[in-house]
Design a protein around this ligand. Structure first.
Ligand code: AKG
Length: 352
């Protein structure tokens, strides 16, 4: 599939790859969802355009443990996420201004500058986005056709999203929004400071990192070490600031590569790919969003160890009041409304 060529494709159904796929039935046994959610019927049609073809994507990912796929999303897919951010920032600014806690709402500032200006005036340096990351726009992003197509290539036909993203504010000169070298499995596996836990060393998960503004070396784009996914899950533990710190000098072991990205492109990384993001030395926020996928527990092609590791990830999400979102399945997948019902049921079962 080459630049300028648009093709139709769909989830992989037996014997029919990248074609229209009729959903016959919606069944997610591993996630224990009510049977009334299972009668969705319909048709999925993917239409995407990318300068990379399928073998190029697969080869690069297998060789390096990551792949950058340009032009995988268009503005119509990212605008709703930007609008969500802008609306929350606007609400916050108006509220704080009304309470006399800000001298201005900074309403005439740009998307990249406004939140940085508010935080600067209030002396705030939040580690994460403090507002919501739920809404149909996030469901749509997890299900965007180009992303699903790449996931099918590198992760297979039965895939779940973890159900919540990391929305990165990456504020100017902020140490707490810089991430030391790590593997994403370390963040999934480790819960307590100083405790070295390994639960997903054999499971293949994929992080999709999507810039909402241009990500540059200056504003703290990601850096990766090509081939580091073959090093296995490395030793490391969370420090007091909750960031994982690894014991090995990974920069001596491999050659770091910066991954500047334009909005519309996406970085796909293995859970074992060693990566970092450094200080943002500009005056603006480096907005980005990253979200993770793993093989659906119960999938026939998982080895026993991978099966139990996939169950660990699912149970962690369920224990936190979320529900992994089935995004690829030969049996069908939930609508936004069905997924929301699953989440409400799960929260109710935990007494939330
Ligand atoms: O976005 C960043 O600054 C860091 C992202 C990261 O390290 C990750 O997604 O694992």
């Amino acid at each position: 599939m080459r630049a300028g060529r648009v093709r139709e494709c769909g989830c992989r159904a037996p014997g029919r790859v990248w074609t229209e796929w009729a959903i016959a039935r919606f069944f997610v046994p591993a996630l224990a969802v009510a049977s009334s959610d299972f009668d969705l019927t319909g048709t999925v049609r993917f239409v995407i355009e990318s300068p990379m073809n399928e073998p190029e994507i697969q080869t690069a990912y297998q060789r390096d443990g990551y792949v950058v796929v340009p032009s995988i999303l268009d503005a119509t897919q990212l605008d709703p996420i930007r609008a969500h951010i802008a609306a929350r920032v606007d609400e916050y600014a108006r509220d704080q201004y009304a309470q006399g806690k800000l001298s201005s709402t900074y309403a005439d500032n740009s998307f990249t500058r406004r939140y940085a200006a508010l935080c600067h005036e209030q002396g705030l340096d939040p580690r994460g986005w403090p507002f919501s990351t739920s809404g149909r726009e996030f469901y749509e992003l997890y299900n965007s056709p180009g992303i699903l197509r790449v996931l099918d290539l590198i992760l297979g036909p039965e895939v779940c999203n973890l159900g919540s993203p990391a929305l990165r504010t990456k504020l100017p000169d902020s140490e707490v929004t810089s991430f030391p070298w790590h593997q994403d499995s370390q963040y999934v596996d480790q819960t307590a400071v100083g405790k070295k836990e390994q639960h997903t060393a054999h499971l293949h998960m994929v992080t999709v990192w999507v810039p909402l503004v241009e990500a540059t070396v200056e504003n703290g784009c990601c850096w990766v070490i090509p081939g580091s996914h073959r090093w296995g899950l490395l030793e490391g533990a969370r420090s007091a600031d909750h960031n994982v710190r690894m014991e090995e000098d990974v920069e001596a072991k491999g050659t770091p590569v910066a991954v500047p990205l334009e909005p519309g492109s996406a970085l796909f990384m293995s859970n074992l790919c060693v990566h970092t993001s450094k200080l943002n030395s500009t005056n603006d926020c480096r907005w980005s969003i990253d979200f993770r996928y793993f093989p659906t527990p119960g999938s026939a092609d998982l080895a026993p160890l991978q099966q139990s590791e996939a169950e660990f990830v699912r149970d962690k999400v369920l224990g936190g009041g979320g529900v992994p979102l089935v995004v690829l399945s030969t049996k069908g997948k939930p609508s936004w409304e069905q997924w929301q019902r699953q989440v409400q049921q799960q929260r109710a079962s935990l007494g939330h």
